[in-house]
Design a protein around this ligand. Structure first.
Ligand code: ZN
Length: 149
């Protein structure tokens, strides 16, 4: 299904970093509204929004903010990447599960930006996935690229 075509005349790249601290070893932190505010501040009308965590032991996901589901996601991460497994990286560190989970889940997500707004499904909030917390500093880079308003 054809949605639309854009010819860009005023190209812009806008970057902001969200700084967070985490309080648990495993945690999902909802950053949806922070990302949406950045998209509005960017002054970009149509383009793409990259949400990127520059960390090897965290991830970015988009899904429903429902308390049970958030627990299910963290439980699934535990199940697939158990911290107690004798990972080789744990010979020199204690967070192999988080590195492997980050490698598979991914440290970034991309969303469309249309008419100045981030496009996401009703049940697609954006989360930083902490898997090796607590950390005093976690960052999420938000890069919005596209046609300026
Ligand atoms: Zn490590």
């Amino acid at each position: 299904m054809f949605i639309g075509v854009l010819t860009m005349s005023k190209f812009r790249v806008y970057v902001e970093t969200i700084r967070l601290s985490t309080s648990k070893r495993f945690e999902l932190i909802d950053i949806t509204h922070k990302v949406e505010d950045i998209v509005r501040r960017s002054g970009i009308k149509n383009g793409m929004c990259l949400v990127f965590a520059p960390h090897a032991t965290a991830a970015i996901v988009a899904n429903e903010h429902e308390r049970g589901l958030l627990q299910d996601i963290l439980e699934a991460i535990h199940e697939h990447f158990p911290p107690e497994k004798p990972w080789k990286h744990n010979m020199i560190d204690d967070n192999a599960h988080a590195h492997v989970a980050s490698a598979f889940i991914g440290a970034d997500r991309v969303f469309p930006v249309l008419n100045g707004e981030l496009v996401r499904g009703t049940w697609q909030n954006i989360f930083l996935v902490e898997m090796d917390g607590p950390r005093s500093i976690r960052q999420v880079m938000v890069m919005v690229i596209g046609e300026a308003q």
